[in-house]
Design a protein around this ligand. Structure first.
Ligand code: SF4
Ligand code: F3S
Ligand code: FES
Length: 305
């Protein structure tokens, strides 16, 4: 959402049109309140009269009717796969209608849902700029970061689900532990037992180029959770772990390549990959994931870096 858009404008678009007799479109907010904090509790925005009945939901969850959009805004319906084992055993679908600016990100729309429609919606995010890797989710059937998808590219309707292959904890939040377990297995840090030189360990531009691509990984799990081999066998270490192994295996300053290659030659390692390319297509950083996997396979087969 554009930084200069006051949150009260977004609220206005959610159903506080004075023509509907619902009150002041720009309700008072406490001094010092920031949009990132969500709706101020004492602003009157949480009053029951502003909410409509929706599908069965968690205690405390509310739904606000959507009002007319401001000029230039577009209408977006989010169909979100929900899950909360404390409420129901099975997942269910929930729909929310919001008005957004075309160049808002899908993450902004999810914030509007969480802050103004249903505060019980659970999702992970942090940087909102495609850097932290927290908000990978299945968007219209493809893995992507919600903060890198523009509303104009998915409107008028978008389906949002948790990434696949990992246990869903709540709504869009999955248990990342198996993913990070694979990451830790490949020893993703520099191994060099030699005495450090007085200055840095030198490396030529050509040596650096060897692993440049795989340094870009942000551990979002979009690759691993788009891999059909990983869906069927979570013992497979997965493409993200291999990418991060690649980053050190081909680093001329590192001495742990042999150890990592032995780990990846295991039956849960690189040879489980069937070159499906889903991982490469899913990577929001544009890393050539399948190519990196092939390079690691070749290093094992030909015992050559
Ligand atoms: Fe995410 Fe790409 Fe890293 Fe996979 S390789 S975890 S998709 S950044
Ligand atoms: Fe899976 Fe990527 Fe290999 S999608 S099968 S890890 S090429
Ligand atoms: Fe950090 Fe999207 S919120 S990558």
């Amino acid at each position: 959402m554009a930084n200069d858009t006051p949150r009260s404008d977004a609220v206005t678009s959610q159903g506080l049109d004075p023509d509907q007799g619902r009150g002041d479109p720009t309700p008072d907010v406490p001094e010092g309140w920031e949009p990132e904090q969500g709706p101020p509790l004492d602003s009157g925005l949480w009053e029951e009269e502003f909410w409509e009945e929706g599908p069965p939901r968690e205690p405390g969850a509310k739904r606000r009717a959507m009002g007319p959009s401001a000029a230039g805004q577009i209408h977006l319906t989010l169909r979100i796969r929900r899950y909360n084992p404390q409420v129901r055993d099975e997942p269910w679908w929930d729909e929310f209608a919001v008005n957004m600016e075309p160049f808002d990100r899908l993450l902004d729309a999810l914030h509007v849902v969480k802050w103004y429609h249903d505060g019980t919606l659970a999702l992970r995010r942090s940087c909102a700029h495609g850097v932290c890797g927290s908000d990978a989710m299945l968007i219209n059937g493809r893995n992507a970061l919600a903060c890198k998808v523009l509303v104009k590219d998915v409107a008028p309707r978008v389906t949002v689900e948790p990434i696949r292959g990992l246990r869903v904890l709540k709504d869009l939040i999955v248990d990342m532990e198996p993913f990070f377990e694979g990451y830790r297995r490949v020893l993703p840090y520099l191994i060099n037992d030699e005495e450090p030189p007085d200055r840095e360990r030198p490396q030529s531009p050509q040596e650096r180029e060897r692993y440049e691509d795989t340094t870009k990984c942000i551990l979002c799990a979009a690759c691993t959770t788009s891999c059909p081999i990983f869906w069927g066998d979570d013992a497979y270490i997965g493409p993200a772990a291999i990418v991060n192994a690649h980053r050190f295996i081909f680093d001329s300053r590192d001495q742990g390549a042999r150890e990592r290659l032995d780990i990846l030659a295991d039956r849960t390692g690189v040879f489980r990959c069937r070159t499906t390319f889903n991982c490469t297509e899913a990577c929001p950083r544009g890393i050539h994931v399948t190519k990196a996997i092939q390079e690691v396979k070749r290093a094992i087969m030909f015992d050559r870096l």
